[in-house]
Design a protein around this ligand. Structure first.
Ligand SMILES: [Zn+2]
Length: 155
């Protein structure tokens, strides 16, 4: 038994890039820790990294690799210019995207297989799909925030 090394295989490893100013890293760590329960159990690695300035109104983005059980959240410099509440909400939104990604990716891929890229129906359906995904993500984000708030009220 002594020669067996044990690993906590169910643990999630969260890496916050060292490029973040320390107060931002502490805040990101605090928000992620608070909302860990949103994340799916299949996720084993979550990396938070900096990205260049945004084009448009996207402050954070996430890339999920379900196959490899990992996700990367990209934080644009604009994130820190928002108020504390909004900064937290932006991160919760991305955590919800991670939780729903497997189904969202499946439906996107299925649409891509059923309709060719040059089919106008494909573009129209992808736009509707993207809008529905964002709306669902926001609804779940607010639901988690309400639950989180009522949990805090119970203490
Ligand atoms: Zn989104």
């Amino acid at each position: 038994m002594d020669n067996i090394r044990q690993f906590n295989v169910s643990a999630l490893r969260v890496d916050i890039d060292t490029e973040f100013p320390s107060e931002q890293a502490v805040e990101i760590d605090s928000i992620i820790s608070k909302w860990l329960g949103i994340l799916p159990s299949w996720l084993k690695e979550l990396r938070i990294t900096q990205a260049g300035s945004s084009e448009g109104d996207t402050v954070l983005t996430v890339v999920v690799r379900y196959r490899y059980r990992r996700a990367v959240i990209y934080v644009r410099p604009e994130w820190h210019q928002w108020g504390a509440c909004d900064r937290e909400r932006y991160i919760i939104h991305e955590l919800v995207h991670i939780a729903t990604d497997e189904l969202v990716s499946f439906s996107e891929n299925t649409l891509g297989k059923l309709l060719s890229d040059d089919d106008p129906a494909h573009k129209a359906l992808m736009e509707v799909h993207a809008e529905k995904v964002e709306a669902m993500t926001e609804d779940l984000k607010y639901a988690f925030m309400r639950i989180g708030r009522s949990d805090a009220d119970d203490r």
